[in-house]
Each structure stands twice: as C-alpha cells, then as structure tokens.
Design a protein around this ligand. Structure first.
Ligand code: PLP
Length: 387
C-alpha cells in the first residue's frame, strides 16, 4: 500500500497545521497496528527491536514497553553505550565494531559489560578484541553472526557479511572466543534475501529454497554451538521474514524494526500488509506548469542498490515524481492532480527505508486522528549520529 487514504493524509495535515514543513510524522494508530502485527507474525517469540530502523529513543522505549518485544538490536557500539546508560537493557550490537575506545568502556564497566553484547564472526575478530582489551576482555559478551546467504552453483544470493556457515565454522569461533575469556552469549542468523526482498515470482522461489535450507542449517549450527557455549539467545529474521519461522524452535527470538514505520520497500510482500506509519511533508514552493508543482527539499534517497526502489514516493494516489529529476537535493517536482495545491500546501512523501530517513530530521511529530499528540527528538535531534 504505497498510498494512504485522503482522510488519513488530511489528518496529518490537520495535526501539523501549525508547524513549518519539511517535517516528519509518525501516525500512532498505524504504528500500533504494525507493532501488533509484528507480534502476531512472530508467533510467540520475543521480537528484538532493530534500532537502526527506528533512530528515535521515544519509539524504542515505547515499543519495548509493549508485550511481545524484548531487547534491542543496535548498530553501533557507541549507540549501545548511550542506550544502556540511559536505562535500556539487553542491547546486542549486531554488526562487528572496531570502536576501540567504546569497547574498552564496555569492558571496564559492570553494567555495560552485562547489558552490551558485540558481534564476532571470525578468529580475527576474537584476536582483535583480545589485543584491544587485554585482560579486560574477560566476561565481555559476544554473539556469533552466521551467514544465511544461499549458494546456487557459484552464485551468492544474500548479503556479504559473515564467513561462518557450518556448525564447524561456528564452533571454531565460539571456542576461540571462549578461550580468550569472552562470554559467548548468542548466535545470529539474518536471512536478508528473505527478510529484505519484496516478493516477485523469482524471489518467491528463492525464498522457499532459502527458508528450507536455513531451517536445517540453523538447527545444526545451534545444536553444535550449544555443546560449547551456554547461549542466552539465538536471533533470526527481520520484518520481512518473521512469519516464516513457524514452529522452528532453534531461534529463541526474532528481530524487526522497519515494520513499525513501514517504508515503501515493505509494501510488496505477500504475507503481510503493514500500514504506512511514517510520512514527511514538503511545502509547495513553485508551479513550473499546469499539472506540476515543485516542493522544497525531499531528496532523501535510501541506501542500498541504487534504483527507483530507493527513491521516496508521494503518498497521495495519482501523484508521481519525474523520472528525470526524482527527489532533489532542495527541489522535488511532483506531477499529477496538483493544480489545487497553493504555495505552502504540503506534498506528503514516504521513504523507501525506515530509520535512516530520521537522519534528516531533528523532531518526530506523533499524530493520531488529526491531532498532534507530542513532538519527540530523533537520534539526530539528540545530537547523536552513529553512522
Ligand atoms: C542483522 C539484522 N537483523 C535484522 C534486520 C531486520 O531489520 P528490519 O526489520 O528493520 O528490516 C536487519 C536489517 O537490515 C539486520 O541487518
């Protein structure tokens, strides 16, 4: 659902009428419905919240207070320290970090050492931690990232992250970590080619094959690592794949974040249809011709493989961007039924991805039923950017 009904858009307009665009809103009704749907699809497993996909402490704390959500999947060590220092518990940094100063701070503090878990995927990572932390490495928590890509012949389908694939690979890293005095707390299996790809005939095939292969491999890896480590968690999945785990008991928790805001990249999945919860408004500033207006700013193109799927989309049905300009650095032309828009009226847009959009805004406006409920700072608004 790329577009939103006119009454919903009218509600966002009414709620923010006193504010100057560009501005971004979180529609609380849609967000709460999306949160409930993630919990339903997780089918009883706790959902660890992917903070990179939220980038707002108010949302993080709000969602963690809801039944069905537990723990944070952070993206940077410095972010994890900031969150734990502000009271958040159980923060797993799901990407390897070489932020030596921050990791030394984690190792040196009892609370941080208990609540922050880092990612390793190789003996090289373990050696780096040992060299960097010295004797303080003892008791620092780590989780092993296991590659979930699919190999078809020589083709590699999925992300390029961990070299760990087999039970033997994972046990070797866990043993090396244990021998170095690190505490092996978890395993992570992120199935990017299932969780992060909208459905199409070819992708459906790939997903079916991938889910079956992963289910078997995950069970074998988890069983093997459990013989050498006392695991607190086995994390798996993402917004696009929660529902594929069924009764698989190898994963003790699932991960999700984007599904709360529901950016456009999550519009094209067969198994769920989330409500657009986050949208941003750009003010109309000029009229190049009939059927065209140009709005201020708006070029918030998302990360990843470049292409139209990464470009923001107008929310109102029938409006579109120009192929020649797309969303611009400070000017975004929009085509369609726009002749009724006056200077200063808003064009509402949705981003292709979730949290990174908030790197453009200091404040997130919380709206419900045409009312402005609150305005809260984003990470950026708190002066925090972690990459
Ligand atoms: C390790 C990991 N787990 C889970 C996710 C899923 O996050 P989201 O639900 O925001 O797509 C991601 C997203 O890239 C990820 O990198």
């Amino acid at each position: 659902m790329t577009s939103a009904p006119d009454d919903v858009i009218g509600g966002w307009d009414a709620a923010t009428a006193g504010l100057a665009p560009p501005l971004v809103v979180l529609d609380l009704d849609a967000y709460e419905a999306n949160a409930a749907d993630l919990v339903r699809r997780a089918a009883g497993r706790p959902v660890r919240v992917a903070s990179k996909s939220l980038r707002c402490r108010w949302v993080l704390e709000d969602v963690l207070a809801r039944p069905g959500f537990a723990g944070v999947m952070a993206y940077a060590a410095a972010e994890a320290v900031w969150l734990v220092t502000s009271g958040v518990r159980d923060v797993f940094v799901a990407y390897p970090s070489v932020d030596a100063e921050t990791l030394r701070a984690v190792a040196a503090d009892d609370d941080l050492r208990r609540e922050v878990t880092s990612t390793v995927d190789s003996a090289e990572h373990v050696q780096w931690l040992t060299d960097t932390l010295g004797p303080a490495a003892r008791g620092v928590g780590v989780a092993v990232d296991v590659d979930c890509s699919v190999r078809v012949g020589r083709a590699h389908l999925g992300v390029r992250r961990s070299p760990v694939r087999t039970p033997e690979d994972a046990v070797a890293v866990a043993r090396a970590a244990d021998a170095a005095g690190l505490e092996v707390r978890g395993l992570m299996f992120y199935d990017a080619q299932v969780a992060g790809l909208p459905d199409s005939p070819a992708v459906r095939l790939l997903k079916r094959r991938s889910v079956a292969e992963l289910r078997e491999r995950r069970a074998a890896v988890v069983a093997a690592v459990r013989t050498v480590a006392d695991l607190r968690f086995v994390n798996a999945g993402g917004t696009g794949s929660l529902h594929t785990f069924g009764d698989d008991t190898a994963a003790t928790e699932l991960a999700a974040g984007s599904g709360l805001y529901s950016p456009t990249l999550f519009d094209g999945y067969d198994a769920f249809s989330a409500r657009p919860a986050m949208a941003y408004a750009l003010p109309v500033v000029r009229r190049p011709a009939s059927g065209l207006v140009t709005a201020f700013s708006g070029g918030y193109v998302a990360s990843g493989q470049p292409g139209w799927s990464r470009v923001p989309s107008p929310v109102r049905r029938g409006l579109s961007l120009l192929r020649t300009e797309a969303a611009g650095e400070v000017q975004t032309p929009v085509r369609g039924d726009v002749d009724g828009l006056a200077l200063g009226d808003r064009v509402w847009m949705r981003g292709a991805k979730a949290g990174e959009l908030l790197e453009r805004f200091d404040t997130l406006h919380l709206v419900r039923g045409g009312e402005l409920v609150d305005s809260v700072p984003t990470y950026r608004g708190e002066g925090r950017t972690f990459g």
